[in-house]
Design a protein around this ligand. Structure first.
Ligand code: HEC
Length: 90
């Protein structure tokens, strides 16, 4: 039983590490903020998934989704995530 939990914990830890390392500049504050805020409801989308106009649109949709769930991000956080996505967009 304990062994199973231990193995599960290892797997989960590994998955999170893999997710975090899979994005560009993963060790920068902007990438960490992106990973922390944008994987709460779904898997973290890779920045190359969309081009910048599509990201800009998507960020507005996501702002609404977060408000619906009582989540808040400051303007500075939105700006940092937007700049990160713009830099690494398709
Ligand atoms: C409150 C939950 C929630 C959070 C937090 C959230 N999203 Fe979403 N996201 C959704 C939902 C729900 C959808 C499904 C589409 C819809 O409802 O419009 C979605 C869909 C998406 C899609 C399209 C899915 C696809 O497969 O192409 C992208 C891209 C996306 N989100 C990016 C983001 C980004 C970037 C952030 C961080 C700023 C973020 N999401 C944070 C709820 C969330």
């Amino acid at each position: 039983m304990y062994k199973t939990i231990f193995v599960l914990a290892l797997m989960l830890g590994g998955m999170q590490a893999a997710l975090a390392m899979d994005i560009p500049d993963a060790q920068t504050p902007a990438a960490k903020l992106y990973a922390a805020r944008c994987a709460a409801c779904h898997a973290l989308p890779h920045p190359k998934r969309l081009d910048w106009p599509a990201w800009r649109h998507m960020l507005h949709v996501m702002e609404r989704r977060m408000q619906e769930h009582g989540m808040q991000m400051s303007d500075a956080e939105w700006r940092q995530i937007a700049a990160y996505l713009r830099r690494h967009a398709r």
